[in-house]
Design a protein around this ligand. Sequence first.
Ligand code: C5P
Length: 409
Amino acid sequence: MTPAATLSGRKILLIVGGGIAAYKALELVRLLKKAGAGVMSVLTPAGAEFVTPMSLAALTGHPVRQALFMPEDETAMGHIELSRWADLVVVAPATAGLIAKAANGLADDLASTTLLATDKKVLLAPAMNVRMWLHPAVQANVERLKGFDGFHGVAVVGPDEGEMACGEFGPGRMAEPAAILSAIEGLLAGPDGRPLAGRTAVVTAGPTFEPIDPVRGLTNRSSGKQGYAIAEALAELGARVTLVSGPVALAAPVGVERVWVETAKEMQAAVQAALPADIAVMSAAVADWRVDGVASGKIKKAPGGPPSVALIENPDILAGVSAPGKLRPKLVIGFAAETTDLEANARAKLSRKGCDWIVGNDVSDDVFGSEGNAVTLFTRGGDVESWPRQPKSGVARKLAMRIADHFKA
Ligand code: C5P
């Protein structure tokens, strides 16, 4: 679905907080308007230090709301009405202060009152100094907002990692306007915004760990970030997701059921147990081999040199899930991490494994453990789509939307 198809006629309330990233909110308004959305804006006093109400008014085509108690504003559209008018509330930049107020139900100005009064989903695009973002108080506030039951929910896009205006480096930069736009598109996709409601999915992520003895093992390089982001994006579109995860240091996405595994055989069993499912996305970096005859005690260093370790092949989980049968998911997606000949290798993998789509990524670049990824999607029907390098969450949202489109068709 193009952004225009999803966003045309949709109503966005944009709350612009105080931060240097506020200038990017103007570009976001431009992109939203171009896609046919209606935008009203709230500018906090701190936000007004960075962008002028005049720019926001000119770009949105509507007066900008700046204060809670303004008689002329209340006669046009009261702040409660404004928060209900929107299909989605977007806070960009979402400062530590705005997040803290929302997480704790504080309502002492227009932005915080609107966030408390709305009955719509809220998308936060955090932007702050890296130390502030990593502070446990901010992290706890974000988790708290995500976790409220019976609330319409909070989604978060970004922050990105990189050099910041304050000269420090790390996560804290506001997501780029294009990434915020695709997050908005994802949240609003479909008539009810949850085009995968009623669908089930199983996603594998992370590496496997194959023991040699109680203290050593074989593993692959994988942070699990891309698979976790896919599980999260599918859940955001309404799917019921089981995430079968190898050992990684990531929190389970909200609403996703995580099953921890260590070895490929455990991963295979957990995937089988999660079937039937409509969708299978196998993004784990599964070890191709395991040790034949794992030692029960620690293998000692001996004068004769290192021990030889016999390897046997692990089951191919993706090929197993793709094999025809009653439990085969309707859509099976595999990954191909390649350093050369991406297209030829991805196509070969597509037919060898029997899956429906392959997401090819060139790992000759900086992919492992990083926030960004550039991928090409190959379908059995012969479609090829290249998606530019973007945060792994952006790739995940695009893939989830592509999956939703597939089921709609
Ligand atoms: O054969 P290769 O490892 O390159 O294929 C990658 C794809 O196959 C990924 O989707 C990966 O999750 C899946 N795979 C699997 N089980 C294996 C090996 C790979 O599911 N034993």
